[in-house]
Design a protein around this ligand. Sequence first.
Ligand code: F0G
Length: 446
Amino acid sequence: MVEEISQSTREQREIWLQEAHYNLFNLKSSQVFIDLLTDSGTGAMSDKQWGELMMGDESYAGSRSFEKLQKQVEKLTGFQFLLPVHQGRAAENVLFSTMIKENDIIPGNSHFDTTKGHIEFRKAHAVDCTIDEAFDIENLHPFKGNLDIQKLEKVYQSYPKKQIPFCLITITCNTSGGQPVSLENIKAVKNLSDQYGIPVIFDAARFAENAYFIKQREENYKNWSIKEICKEMFSYGIGMTMSSKKDGLVNIGGFIALNDEKIFRKASNFTIIYEGFITYGGMAGRDMAALAQGLDEATEFPYLESRISQVELLGNLLIEYGIPVQKPIGGHAVFLDALKFLPNIKREEFPAQTLALEIYKEAGIRGVEIGTILADRDPETRENRYPKLELVRLALPRRTYTDNHIRYIAAALKNVFDRSDEITKGYKITWESEILRHFTVKLEQA
Ligand code: F0G
């Protein structure tokens, strides 16, 4: 599919920003020239996926399209029990309703914001066990999504088993920069968790990109196919939640896949309450068929190579210009270090948000703040939580932009970087919601 994109002037963009209360989520897509807000559901489907849309089976129960999807998921992951849902956070809602209770502890590697939201909404706690290297943007550790086994063991020693329903491994780790988790680390987490009787679950939104990095960076797997690596990764868990909007190569959808029948039975009830009957869970038959095809395409090496090297091209151009970015470059996005990029903005004035707004003003490019606004307030103290990194994410939709767009983005960023000394004032919040505030927050210039 080819879409028109529209250019605008700086004056227009300044007015639109004011009308949007300096929240980039409030802009209309027609006000954005290049949209790097997210790689979620924003990619282009293939000819074969569009073909599948025409052949979807819309039966309420037991449709052919469900069967196709179930077979595909089982082939890639080894998980035989499938519950389709309408997107990734719905998978979290269903599975966490099944497995998490008040005061539980969920260790993992930098949980994504909706994941953390679904944990905290249940008055449980997410404990970040990511390796320290992930928080040093210059450190070239090849697997900055890895969990620190010592930090994890400390969690396992500090709480009784019944309070830790599972350990969550996010592949790739979005929050720390689209950074992969190695198979060696997945195995180590599984070994340790086995000793304490705690199961491992994957947040698998970008599992194929994770498998690509394993093939490229982990000697033992360099001759394995992506599909073989995927199956190996998932063999260390009892299940997964999936946002199909990423490595499913579709615009909407998600699922839970499990090898534990007891959990599957319980989760089936929550699927029926929240999503729909267990063989569609909020998805149209045709969408499940397109997803089955998308999962197959997303786990092919040539596709992943072209996708991830485009992200790398953007990262390398920025590095060439001296712009501070999270290194190595992640799978789905380039992450700018706003504290280094805009050293004159105080943390209370949201440097990452300020940078995202400057980039939009400069060139109509929309990125997203991954910093203090996203981190929400501490649910108990209601104080702002200042994360270790204050980032702006430029996420690349799959199969959408050309390398020419990438060069335009890099040039625009260089222009902002060259005048970063002059940017001295940030923003303050005028309205915010209790949880997941970044989507709807209202701001004004400080
Ligand atoms: N887990 C991860 C790692 C994610 O990145 C996301 C979504 C979800 C779960 C939730 O999935 O959106 O389908 O409900 N990430 C998007 C992003 C929103 O822009 O990174 P969802």
